[in-house]
Design a protein around this ligand. Structure first.
Ligand code: HEC
Length: 340
């Protein structure tokens, strides 16, 4: 019912449907699409990958008009887009475990599906300040200002910093700390400006959060730019090579398995299946058989605390408790070795 109402509301404002302007040759309403083109969204899931043109999505998924305070601009912006929930329902992925955004520049970002849903993620395709698509993102003013402000701070405090660098008093330590924070800020915003300049604009799809405050980890969320594909991941209920056969549904082992499946398997293999950038962790020798448990936990939390120059990135959203559950799972798997 709501879907019908939304479609009617949509038809009411679409140019070309109100009788004022003619639809373009493809039957796509004019004025909505980047440079008159019809961008494609790729939707991936374990059952396969499909590409859908924006014009088709507009016909088949409710379009939401949203106003959000967009961190990219530091002010309220109004967009048209699709809620993640509607996209998941459209592609039969409502039970997904996580969602991965793939961007035009090859960057990708994974987030838990529940969190994205709770935060009201909307994948927008049109900034209403434009006749179509998104404005140029060259020299994003907000990020340029932050970069320049930090750079000016560095310049103004350089001498002070050089003098305090080897000092031990609390005042000197504070000067050093503030200087280093500013340096981190300058690099961070310089990188963001460069990224956006390289992309040219944030289309074809730009995710925003309607309720960022609802999810603690997302309060400072920096949206992935220029999304071209979304991927839904599901926990394989059973049968996957990493599945802990025989473990009870509410056991710590099963909790650890879900974490491992969502956050580790895309780099690591288990019983010969999984990602290739990290090592196999079970066959022929399980990692808990040659590394002490406390070191496995430490490794998961911060690999370089155990092995200098480790290639494994820090997993920021893993807590100590999560790491302990993952170790429960890893230990369980040493008695579930399968060679394929
Ligand atoms: C982005 C890819 C990536 C992710 C994600 C990742 N790892 Fe790793 N991991 C690696 C790489 C690469 C190594 C090789 C270690 C090195 O360079 O020190 C490694 C090493 C390890 C080791 C040490 C193995 C050994 O024999 O020395 C453990 C244990 C481990 N990872 C567990 C995990 C767990 C558990 C997770 C999920 C919470 C995880 N990793 C997530 C890439 C990853």
């Amino acid at each position: 019912m709501t879907r019908v109402l939304l479609l009617i509301a949509l038809l009411a404002w679409l140019p070309g449907c109100g009788g004022n302007s003619a639809p373009s040759a493809s039957g796509t309403p004019a004025g909505l699409l980047t440079n008159g083109a019809d961008p494609i969204l790729e939707i991936k899931s374990p059952s396969g990958s499909r590409t859908v043109a924006l014009s088709q999505l507009i016909r088949e998924v409710p379009v939401k008009r949203v106003t959000v305070n967009d961190p990219l601009y530091g002010r309220d912006k109004t967009y048209d887009g699709f809620s993640l929930e509607d996209l998941a329902s459209y592609s039969q992925n409502l039970r997904a475990e996580s969602v991965i955004f793939h961007c035009r520049d090859g960057f990708s970002l994974r987030m838990p599906f529940v969190a994205a849903r709770k935060a009201g993620l909307v994948l927008t395709f049109h900034d209403l300040e434009m006749s179509e698509g998104f404005p140029s993102s060259l020299d994003n003013p907000i990020f340029v200002e932050r970069r320049n402000k930090a750079a000016a701070y560095l310049q103004a405090h350089h001498l002070e910093y050089e003098q305090a660098k080897h000092g031990r008093t609390p005042a000197q330590k504070r000067i050093v700390q503030e200087y280093e924070t500013a340096r981190g800020e300058r690099d961070r915003w310089a990188r963001r400006v460069d990224e956006l300049n390289r992309l040219g604009n944030i289309g074809p799809f730009h995710p925003v959060l309607l309720r960022a405050l609802a999810v603690k980890d997302l309060v400072d969320w920096d949206a992935p730019d220029a999304v071209r594909a979304i991927e839904f991941e599901h926990v394989v209920p059973s049968g996957g090579r990493d599945y802990p056969a025989g473990a009870a549904a509410d056991s710590p082992v099963m909790t650890g398995y879900k974490l491992f499946h969502a956050k580790c398997l895309y780099c690591h293999a288990m019983n010969g299946g999984g990602g290739r950038s990290g090592p196999e962790l079970n066959i022929p020798v399980n990692v808990t058989e040659y590394l002490k448990e406390e070191y496995v936990i430490a490794f998961i939390l911060n690999a370089r605390a155990v092995r200098a120059r480790s290639m494994m990135s820090v997993q920021p959203e893993i807590t100590r408790q999560d790491a302990e559950r993952i170790v429960d799972y890893l230990k369980y798997m040493k008695n579930n070795k399968r060679v394929y």
